[in-house]
Design a protein around this ligand. Structure first.
Ligand code: HEM
Length: 467
């Protein structure tokens, strides 16, 4: 009778590989034990030996950070394959993409996978950011990791944006023209910065080379370095934030946790979960890539702009701001304040450490829901009023009509909401700040939806089915 973990040479290869993954390697006993030790030691160089059982529940993190990393790996592997065919020049770029799709074995699938993983990565990162925010994952000792995360998000956005130009079709050419055009509105240095990014006055072969180098080398290297730093900080913080209820004692309080935490071995408990999520995600990306094509329009024509000419979806919110605010506010003041606000989140003056508590408290969830509804109604009302009713620019200079006045109204609403949240419900500083975060995030989400689905020719408001 063979011992349970002795390998059976007559079993089929898939079943031996399966066993090697889930039970141990496919080597004879002595050798196998040695290989298993090597494999386990390798894994445990990167991961702690034990993890808290309550943090590995899938619904605690939704595996969003790990999934983002898997998407990044798919991007790198498909990107390297694309580099064998792609030509970064205005004469060759579009043709090389067409040839990749038609003449190269699996070329279309690889391109589609690259395209969809890039878009999913942005969506997953936004969800990861929201998960971290709503479980208080930015409190000490994780403050700085929040900032590293934001840098990673910035790099991923840049990576998507620089990749967008590479097919050199009408959409990519004009979307890049619009976004780099926005930079030109920045006072004093805007024109110079725009010239540096474009490599000249307009989008040309030089821009393509700059974007190609940034997209294939500079940004991926930055992401790898920052991601390594990010993972190391998670490890230094002894893993992810620990889930708890609103009235549980604070993580570092004198009273300590009510019960001794339960630890389990990382291998196999966490690694198996991560492996399953990775497999499911790769399968999902492949299925989407098989069904939906990345799309390729007409070749770029610098002489004819499509109408409407829109930025990529993750920048459409800013393009929408440009329709309502003076450019100085839309491309500088508001994004700068938003960036400063996001970076400062861990460093605000909070009443207590709410790490691990979903949306802080019952009151936090109630105020949050209210803020979300107010944001949707107010943003839609404002977009419609600005399009059809209000025309302050006829009465005063545009920078006041479309800059100062709406900015004062916006900050007035935020300040009013903050005071109301604190006074009325007697809510804590934490809950009031979270309410503002939801108000702003929801408002920006509505602007993005309006920009993507409700703007037609000449960027006029239209119903999506008339688009
Ligand atoms: C390429 C981008 C990113 C990758 C690959 C990544 C990956 C991860 C992973 C694997 C974790 C462990 C827990 C989990 O899976 O959720 C984590 C935790 C964390 N991430 Fe990210 N992340 C990225 C971007 C971000 C962004 C945009 C933010 C927010 C601004 C952020 C903030 C954090 C923080 C503060 C933690 C610790 C939170 C906790 O302990 O619960 N990360 N990240």
């Amino acid at each position: 009778m063979p011992k349970e973990n002795q390998s059976n040479p007559s079993s089929s290869l898939p079943s031996r590989v399966w066993r090697s993954i889930f039970r141990g390697p496919i080597f004879p006993r002595d050798d196998r034990d040695r290989k298993k030790i090597v494999f386990d030691t390798l894994v445990l160089h990167f991961r702690p030996i034990r993890v808290r059982e309550d943090t590995i529940r899938y619904s605690h993190t939704w595996g969003l950070g790990g999934s983002s990393f898997i998407l990044f790996l798919i991007l790198v592997s498909t990107g390297v394959l694309l580099m064998f065919v792609y030509q970064p020049s205005p004469d060759g770029a579009y043709e090389s993409v067409v040839s990749l799709e038609h003449d190269v074995f699996f070329g279309k699938l690889i391109r589609n996978m690259h395209h969809w993983s890039a878009n999913f990565l942005i969506a997953f990162l936004i969800l990861h950011l929201l998960r971290v925010y709503f479980t208080g994952g930015y409190h000490a000792p994780r403050q700085f990791n929040w900032v590293i995360g934001l840098l990673l998000l910035g790099c991923v956005l840049l990576s998507n944006f620089t990749g967008y130009l590479l097919p050199w079709d009408q959409l990519s050419y004009w979307a890049t023209t619009i976004v780099t055009g926005m930079i030109g509105y920045v006072p004093v240095v805007g024109g110079w910065l725009q010239g540096v990014i474009r490599g000249g006055e307009s989008i040309s072969g030089k821009t393509l080379v700059i974007f190609y180098a940034a997209h294939t080398t500079v940004i991926p290297v930055l992401i790898i370095v920052l991601a390594a730093f990010h993972f190391w900080r998670v490890r230094k913080a002894r893993g992810v934030v620990v889930p708890r209820l609103a009235d549980d004692p604070e993580p570092r309080s004198e009273s300590g946790p009510a019960q001794k935490p339960n630890y389990v071995l990382t291998l196999p408990n966490l690694i198996l979960r991560e492996f399953s999520v990775a497999l499911a995600l790769i399968a999902f990306v492949m299925v989407v890539a098989l069904i939906f094509n990345a799309g390729l329009g007409e070749p770029a024509n610098p002489g004819m702009s499509p109408n409407p000419a829109k930025a990529p979806w993750y920048f459409v919110g800013f393009q929408e701001l440009l329709l309502h605010f003076d450019p100085l506010f839309a491309v500088l003041v508001i994004p700068l304040l938003a960036a400063i606000g996001l970076v400062s989140i861990p460093y605000f003056d909070y009443d207590r450490d709410t790490s691990g508590i979903f949306m802080m408290s019952h009151e936090g969830r109630r105020l949050g829901a209210m803020a979300a509804v107010v944001a949707v109604v107010a943003t839609v009302a404002w977009v419609i009023a600005d399009e059809f009713v209000i025309d302050l620019a006829a009465w005063m200079p545009p920078v006041i009509a479309n800059g100062l006045v709406p900015a004062v109204v916006l900050f007035g609403v935020l300040a009013g909401f903050y005071r109301w949240a604190k006074k009325r419900g007697g809510s804590s500083n934490n809950e009031a700040i979270q309410t503002l975060f939801i108000l702003l995030a929801m408002g920006f989400a509505v602007l993005t939806v309006v920009g993507v689905w409700f703007r037609g020719e000449g960027m006029a408001l239209v119903w999506p089915w008339n688009f």
